[in-house]
Design a protein around this ligand. Structure first.
Ligand SMILES: Cc1cc2nc3c(=O)[nH]c(=O)nc-3n(C[C@H](O)[C@H](O)[C@H](O)COP(=O)(O)OP(=O)(O)OC[C@H]3O[C@@H](n4cnc5c(N)ncnc54)[C@H](O)[C@@H]3O)c2cc1C
Length: 439
């Protein structure tokens, strides 16, 4: 069986190694960081994430969904915090069983790596950093402990995240390789709400909390130990921004003005703000995602998106399912398998990138408004009265496996029909009213 060199044992790398191991491939997985089981904290990335239908399906296919989700916390809707501290709950779906789940990144990472290691032909090497890839010979050059080494396979798959070294080699070597990256003007910083007395959650546990403030926002996801991880998404530059908020007084004043109900729950706010890094948010588009039968990209390495739809990891896990299906379909023609995987995923990854940007505006600005809440209620009413016919966009993206691009198209069509219909009804109603008054 062929040998595959995987670069990056993050969330998708571990899962892909398990899928390939099950298919009988010899897999050598190289990760630049230390083993997450040795307490290696995933620096600069979110501590917890929301996993939903697509991600769970991918875990189920390899038989680890139960193990992975045992400590996950279901979040049934958005809990909106306005400036006065008033709370509004908006369920994610008309079916209360449809929820997203807060899951710890490090624990999930460990679960997928351990799942991969159960296959006899999967080996994982930590503290090995890929510096570049020779595409024609499918050879990854690596550094470990100051030594250089080369790992040659029949194929190299880059699962090495948004700043992929494998992708950089493709950029350098492939003529007409298309590449585009765009950074948001916003960065993010993680902060903590610790557990309350008796290790209980100090806010509603089964919700994703949002403090929408128009041009910026804070969110919080629950952790199993009773704490919440908050993430502040805020402009890097500008009169009120990360750049101008330097001193403890600045931080205290900003939080007291914007998030007064949260401040009292955040005893380590000043320390967290000072010490935690400010991360950047990038969208990556590139093409193609493969070179002959030798090199392929998967997950953020192929299509990093901003995190506002909570789908980056879910999409990366879905990539694993699709690549596995393509390898099954073309067992002896790896280039065709890579090509089919690319053609099935590219349009969907592009659609997700747009959806994720759109959802940032919805979360930080629109969730606070009464119109938003009314639209969500109308969505749920239509979903309940027209089951299987009308599906809100959020439901399609989060609680189904309808390809992202199809979901976006269908939502646009539904909106045209529903809002076109409502406007027509309104016009007819006004016309009738005028006739009545005229008589
Ligand atoms: C703030 C934030 C919140 C998010 N929330 C969600 C969410 O709620 N739901 C969701 O679905 N997604 C979320 N995401 C997106 C999610 O984190 C990513 O889509 C997901 O981690 C992608 O998995 P990956 O395996 O492709 O990349 P990564 O998880 O980034 O893993 C890449 C791995 O490759 C390793 N690596 C990198 N370079 C090299 C090299 N040169 N050599 C060897 N190893 C290397 C890295 O150390 C890492 O382990 C969020 C992202 C952010 C930033």
């Amino acid at each position: 069986m062929a040998k595959v060199v995987l670069i990056g044992s993050g969330l998708a790398g571990g899962l892909l190694a398990a899928y390939l191991g099950r298919r009988g491939y010899h897999v050598d997985l190289y990760e630049r960081r230390a083993d997450p089981r040795e307490g290696n904290i995933v620096g600069g990335r979110s501590i917890n994430l929301a996993i939903s239908t697509r991600g769970i399906y991918a875990l189920e296919q390899i038989g680890i969904a139960h193990e992975a989700l045992q400590h996950a916390i279901p979040m049934r809707g958005r809990m909106i915090h306005d400036k006065s501290g008033a709370l509004h709950f908006s369920p994610y779906d008309v079916d209360p069983k449809n929820c997203i789940n807060s899951i710890g990144r490090a624990a999930l990472n460990t679960t997928v790596i351990e799942a991969a290691q159960r296959y006899p032909d999967v080996r994982v090497y930590f503290n090995h950093k890929c510096t570049d890839v020779d595409l024609d010979t499918a050879t990854a050059r690596l550094e470990t402990d100051g030594r250089q080494l080369a790992a040659r396979g029949d194929a190299v798959i880059g699962v090495d995240g948004a700043f992929s070294a494998v992708r950089k080699s493709m950029q350098r070597e492939i003529t007409n390789f298309q590449y585009d990256e765009s950074y948001l003007a916003h960065g993010y910083k993680e902060l903590t709400i610790p557990p309350g007395p008796r290790d209980l959650w100090q806010m509603e546990k089964n919700a994703l909390h949002i403090w929408p403030r128009k041009s910026f926002m804070m969110i919080a996801l629950p952790n199993p130990d009773g704490s919440f991880t908050c993430t502040l998404f805020w402009q890097f530059e500008g009169p009120r921004s990360f750049a101008t908020t330097k001193t403890d007084d600045d931080v205290r004043r900003f939080f007291n003005e914007e998030f007064p109900d949260a401040v009292s729950l955040m005893p380590s706010l000043l320390e967290d703000f000072r010490e935690n890094p400010t991360g950047s948010l990038v969208t990556v588009h590139c093409a193609p995602w493969f070179y002959q039968d030798k090199v392929c990209l998967l997950g953020d390495a192929a299509h990093a998106v901003v995190p506002f739809y909570g789908q980056g990891m879910n999409a990366a896990f879905e990539d694993c399912v699709v690549l596995d299906q393509c390898l099954e379909k073309f067992p002896n023609e790896r280039e065709r398998a890579f090509a089919e995987y690319f053609s099935r995923r590219k349009e969907n990854a592009d659609a997700l990138a747009d959806l994720a940007i759109g959802n940032f505006i919805e979360m930080r600005d629109k969730t606070a408004s009464k119109t938003f809440r009314a639209k969500k209620k109308l969505d749920h009413l239509l979903e309940a009265t027209l089951p299987g016919i009308y599906l809100p966009l959020y439901t399609m993206v989060t609680f189904t496996r309808i390809p992202y691009a199809d979901a976006a198209r269908r939502a646009r069509l539904q909106d045209r029909i529903v809002y076109g219909g409502l406007i027509s009804l309104l016009i007819i109603f006004i016309a009738l009213l005028f006739r009545l008054i005229a008589h």
